[in-house]
Design a binder for this molecule. Structure first.
Ligand code: BGC
Length: 507
């Protein structure tokens, strides 16, 4: 080989080494970037862990806060509000009633014909989205829209003779309200993205009643109820062992049947039944035992109600998609696995919870649904399969934590009322039964996260059983209530309008 040939051979060898070195360098860098993403997800998973020991701490904290909220006004972040519902429907209700449910992105109008003996003979429902702009305007505009929709519904569904029977209306208003009777109460604050400022501290029934008169609708609001209370009412209508209800939809809440004498902050509370349903407003529950991550802190700081509704922000439908969006945003910042940074990733609420659930439940072998949602919703294209798998993992971590925390909340209520099996013979066990057999306890559950998101429901049910243990768990039944809150309001309107005397007195 001549000098030229040797030079060429050496040159080629050097060039190939250089190319190989560049390629190896790229691969190393890309692997490093991948590991940075994996680390971000691992750190999130670690911070969001809910082992059963931690859940039991949340159970105890919930029970303690319930006591504190009942002991004094402002004694806890749990408001533990009186509902003036002292007895629950038993199936004997009859007649035609209307109900309105305002509380999330949709509102519902119902017309129900009750036939006694636990029968619902007729049931018409209409679901309408609440125009976004009305959520932040004036109370008059808001209630006018509702009254008009109700009027159109009444005209459509009730012929005149039926309408003349069905003048009583149950009003489910799913926000914190300080009730002054079963059919009156003032709004304490807005949640779930609503902020009609002139409504705060106003009587919501008066606002609705005035709007109904403006529309020439002669109807009477016979019961004002929180959605959790409506759910409890309908749960009890079908099954008298129902003692508590929870809602996990856009927002979250719980209520339960308490002894009137346990409501220490209201010393002069007398009820014919000796009991009172308490609206806990558990969305505002807080405890240092909650596994809070940096994403939750940011979400809260950027919300219009920061330092409020902490539990709700970890559990409910308005927020879960947004937590996932925040983690994907971080993943995209530490690496280029999602390609160039998409501005959608920094847009609040760009990923809704139903879409997050659809990614989580994607069972196609190549996760094509995940790819489609990332593309169409977050403007992220050509995501490799291994990155799509990580996205599913993030959805799983967020959903699992939410469901398990809700489960701990439920067991916290059971603990407070002695139905978790830890109080021994005197509490959760049937009085007078020597064997100490546990009482059957039913918790009614409403809200899309539980009723339509299978993985969420399974995680929640599983965690309730895990916390209670195999001896007690079979006695606690979670029952799904479709449309419970609306029907429940109609049922409470029915029982209230049938009453001739007040059964609740606050002396
Ligand atoms: C409200 C509750 C309501 C819950 C579920 C929360 O944001 O404060 O009153 O029951 O959402 O709709």
């Amino acid at each position: 080989m001549g000098k030229l040939g040797l030079g060429l051979a050496v040159g080629c060898a050097v060039a190939s080494c250089a190319i190989a070195a560049v390629m190896v360098g790229r691969r190393v860098r890309s692997r490093r970037r991948w590991w940075r993403v994996v680390r971000a997800v691992d750190e999130f998973e670690e911070a969001a862990l809910t082992p059963v020991g931690r859940l039991k701490q949340v159970v105890d904290a919930m029970a303690v806060e319930m006591h504190a909220g009942l002991a004094s006004e402002g004694g806890s972040k749990l408001k533990m509000l009186l509902t003036f519902v002292d007895s629950l429907p038993d199936g004997s209700e009859s007649g035609i009633y209307y109900a309105l449910h305002v509380g999330g992105t949709y509102f519902r109008i119902l017309r129900i014909q009750l036939g006694g003996q636990k029968s619902i003979l007729g049931h018409d429902v209409e679901r309408k989205p609440i125009p976004q702009h009305l959520m932040t305007r004036t109370s008059e505009e808001f209630f006018d829209f509702i009254a008009l929709s109700l009027k159109e519904f009444v005209e459509r569904t009730g012929n005149n003779s039926q309408y003349s029977q069905g003048k009583d209306l149950g009003f489910t208003f799913s926000f914190p309200v300080k009730q002054t009777s079963l059919s009156s109460g003032t709004l304490i604050k807005w949640t779930k993205g609503f902020s009609i400022d002139d409504m705060v501290e106003k009587d919501v029934v008066e606002c609705l009643q005035r709007a109904l008169s403006r529309r020439g609708l002669d109807m009477n609001v016979a019961a004002l109820v929180n959605d959790s209370v409506g759910t409890l009412a309908v749960g009890h209508f079908y099954d008298k062992d129902t003692v508590a209800a929870i809602v996990i939809g856009t927002g979250t809440n719980a209520c339960y049947l308490e002894r009137a004498d346990a409501v220490i902050k209201c010393q002069g509370l007398l009820t014919t039944s000796g009991g009172m349903v308490i609206n806990m407003e558990w969305g505002n529950f807080w405890s240092s035992h909650l596994p809070r991550t940096s994403y939750d802190i940011d979400l809260d700081a950027e919300s219009h109600n920061s330092n409020d509704q902490g539990f709700e922000k970890m559990i409910s439908g308005l927020y879960l998609g947004d937590i996932v969006r925040r983690v994907i945003c971080k993943m995209s910042l530490v690496s280029d696995i999602f390609g160039p940074f998409s501005s959608k990733l920094s847009t609040q609420f760009a990923l809704s919870t139903p879409l997050m659930a659809a990614m989580h439940e994607d069972d196609t072998p190549d996760l094509s649904e995940v790819a489609k949602i990332l593309e169409e919703t977050l403007d992220i294209h050509d995501v490799p399969l291994k990155a799509r798998k990580l996205v599913v993992k993030v959805c799983d971590v967020v959903t699992r934590r939410a469901a398990r925390l809700a489960a701990a909340g439920i067991v916290g209520i059971l603990k407070k009322i002695g139905r978790d099996g830890t109080g021994g013979i005197t509490s959760g066990r049937v009085k007078g039964v020597k064997s100490g057999k546990m009482r059957r306890t039913v918790v009614a559950v409403e809200g899309g996260l539980y009723t339509s998101y299978t993985v969420f429901r399974e995680y929640l049910n599983e965690a309730v059983a895990e916390i209670l243990g195999e001896e007690i768990a079979p006695y606690v039944i979670l029952k799904e209530m479709e449309d419970g809150s609306g029907i429940g309001a109609a049922l409470l309107a029915a029982s209230n309008s049938a009453r001739s005397v007040d059964t609740v007195q606050v002396l």
